[in-house]
Design a protein around this ligand. Sequence first.
Ligand code: PMP
Length: 407
Amino acid sequence: MDTLTQPRSIDDGMTARVAAFLERSGAIKDADRYFYLQPTTGPVNHRVTMVDGRELVMLASYSYLGLIGHPAIGQAATDAIERYGTGAGGVRLLTGTADIHERLEARIAAFTGREDACVYSSGYVTNIAIITGLMGPGDLVLMDKLDHASIVDGCLLSGAKWKTYRHNDMAHLERLLSEADGEYNTVLVIADSVFSMDGDIMDLPKTAELCQRYGVRLMVDEAHSVGALGATGHGIEEHFGMEGAIDLKMGTLSKSIPSVGGYLASSHEIVDYQRHMSRPFIFSAALPPAQAAAAIAAFDVIEAEPWRVERLHEMQIRYAQGLRDQGWDTMHSETCVVPVLVGDEGKTMDLTRMLFDRGVFVCPIVHPAVPRGTDRLRTCLMATHTDEDIDQALGAFREAGEALGLI
Ligand code: PMP
């Protein structure tokens, strides 16, 4: 037994927790149903190479526009390494803010149609930074039940009270807003633009209208909508034709944008405040210059190569329809995130195994990531998927689904 798993007098809880995990993961591995941390090599694009040399159709990546490995983006990163080296050397507030960071923030502000933007070292940290920076004890956050974990963690750290409304249930949000009226210093509504496990879209028109009516601010997490929603990939406001509806726009640089980091785009005042008052900006190192350069180049590519967004939109319709024609339940997906509902953990794992054996890389999502009985595969499309990739994936789903009696 590993020394860390040996009980000590004051950490029995830790030992029990680790042991319970090892027992569960061991059973999954023994049953040949372990699909996490799959060893791959080379860039992630519409196909991915496993370390054993097999090439699989990739249906588990958030790189919706297939921009990893794009020559102009790679070149921008290489040039930045030559000019700035590999690290930022500290926090921007104290070590100096490189011109490349300022250019990235100006590029994000232009792309999102906001006065200013502030970047952080990851999307996860960005949600923590925004919520802990702007909210505190005596305040209330109202969030969709399916919002990302980083929003929940931000609320926990902020000391604000937080409540969830039923997924996309605007009547429930309205009830919570009316109950909150006059009870708190500040009320903030937060929703994901595209829900990453279900592939459906927040009701921006109604949410924005309620926020206006009750005089509260709206924050939207655009992790899965930048590059994926709107005719030119500019996100949820473009999708609904509602430019300016969101007060605090949060996004990541790790999904359609093939880099790492996250941002808040908003007014000059709020962004300036966040640059001086949000703890992850002050106490965590700045984004490496090469990643900033890659992100700037990626925003340029999204606008210069509109075929990518068009192709993604075409493909998501054809692929989701293909699955539904075979008899699969794709839930309420309206985007390039297409869940395939199975409803049983064991069968979800069996389906995953059969798809892997047929050359398709998918991601099983089981309890506790989703409620029991809604175990699923979460599949994601990319602009670079070819017709052959989609045909191969649909063929594999049909064969596996019939063999397992799921369709
Ligand atoms: N928000 C949402 C909705 C996400 O799905 C994710 C990542 N899965 C994040 C925030 C965190 O982003 P990052 O991976 O860039 O830290």
